[in-house]
Design a protein. Structure first.
Length: 399
């Protein structure tokens, strides 16, 4: 079958991403001469994060809570990917979620029409400061360092702390000095489940989420199968989950469908409810690990490429039962994480290679032993009441 040749008009037509960027540039130019000044008691605040991952969005929760505490009368707007909107239908902390997609210029207009904004806070990369300037934010607050092009529209720079801390604590500094506020699951109204979300009727179950955003972060099917058998023998029903188009992962783990499986068939809200009812979650370093912070599910996270210190529960989720399993000081975890950052932040290293680029047989994940994971599960179980998780005595290392 012959593929038609593209026409000249189609080749000259800008992509949706380019169209949105041109719109942002025009709006920034139009607002260039507007006066810049900080407002002591902002009435409307915009929070915008460049990263689109589910986990990155959920890690903004301590910042949202801190902004609500410091500015109790302010209207808070969070620009986020459309896929994450269902989790925010209950408007936690009185937050107003609003979609943003660089490929859809109408989302820029929607955010601009919802203004004006007295303050915009930009966690992570400062590149979203251009969005804040385009929609007319009167004052923009971000972190020092990073690419000079992203720093240009920022009015106020917050310094990085001298010591490493979880991203959730770091980003909360944009609201002011860190407070001792602690999260309660009651702070997050349950999102509405989708019509197709059918949850297990079992009262006591563990969620083993085998999917990940990168194949380089997947744990082996054999390890998951052994772990599922151990968890089942301890008295919990096993529920296997994965992301969309990752059903092949669950079929490899459980070809006979011995356990309940959700191969990417639950909505984000459905996954929230599944985790909320679980007694345990074991998961690679992916967005579901951070959703478990929101549902306060006892969690064990398997880290390979990244430094687990940056994803610990931190101050805000300090009451959570959580353990990270990783192999320390791997020689191939050697790629710079953040360029142009001060001190220890500029020295951070991780691995960003794909599975095809990995020359060491994914050692960071494959060498994570069953015994280490079982020990971590036992630790999170001991932090709970006897009827909350499972019987610790039934958890025995695999021989």
């Amino acid at each position: 079958m012959m593929v038609p040749m593209p026409t000249l008009p189609s080749l000259l037509r800008p992509s949706p991403r380019t169209t949105t960027r041109l719109l942002l540039a025009w709006l920034v130019a139009r607002n260039l001469l507007l006066p810049r000044h900080a407002v002591e008691s902002p009435r409307r605040i915009l929070v915008s994060l460049y990263y689109k991952g589910l986990g990155d969005t959920l890690l903004l929760t301590p910042l949202i809570a801190a902004l609500r505490q410091r500015y109790p009368e302010a209207e808070l707007v969070l620009a986020l990917p459309r896929d994450h909107l269902p989790l925010y239908t209950g408007r936690p902390y009185g937050l107003e979620p609003m979609p943003f997609d660089i490929r859809d210029r109408e989302t820029v207009h929607q955010i601009r029409r919802s203004g004006p904004y007295d303050l915009a806070v930009i966690p992570g990369e400062n590149r979203q400061a251009w969005l804040a300037r385009a929609v007319g934010a009167r004052w923009i607050r971000g972190f020092e360092g990073g690419n000079w092009r992203y720093r240009l529209p920022v009015d106020e720079f917050i310094p990085y702390p001298a010591q490493l801390e979880p991203f959730s604590d770091l980003w909360a500094r944009l609201a002011g000095p860190l407070a001792d506020e602690r999260y309660s699951v009651d702070d997050w109204p349950p999102p509405k489940k989708g019509d197709a979300d059918e949850l297990p009727a079992k009262a006591r179950y563990a969620v083993l989420h085998a999917g990940a955003s990168s194949t380089a972060r997947l744990w082996g099917a054999r390890q998951w199968r052994i772990l599922a058998e151990i968890v089942e023998s301890s008295g919990l029903c096993v529920v296997l989950t994965a992301g969309p188009e990752q059903g092949y992962i669950l079929r490899e783990i459980d070809p006979t469908q011995r356990w309940v499986q959700y191969p990417g068939t639950l909505s984000a809200a459905g996954m929230w409810h599944l985790l909320r009812g679980a007694r345990l979650c074991v998961v690679p370093d992916t967005g579901i690990a951070h959703m478990a912070k929101i549902t306060q599910t006892p969690t064990v996270v398997l880290f390979g490429q990244c430094d687990p210190r940056l994803y610990d529960p931190g101050r805000f989720w300090a009451n959570m039962s959580y353990r990270a399993v990783t192999i320390g000081d791997l020689f191939c975890r050697d790629q710079q994480w953040f360029a142009h950052r001060p001190g220890v932040w500029g020295e951070l290293r991780r691995c960003m290679r794909t599975l095809e680029e990995c020359q060491h047989n994914k050692r960071c994940m494959e060498d994570l032993g069953i015994d280490s994971v079982v020990t971590a599960i036992s630790d999170v179980s001991k932090n709970q009441s006897h009827d909350t998780v499972l019987c610790c005595d039934a958890l025995t290392p695999h021989n």
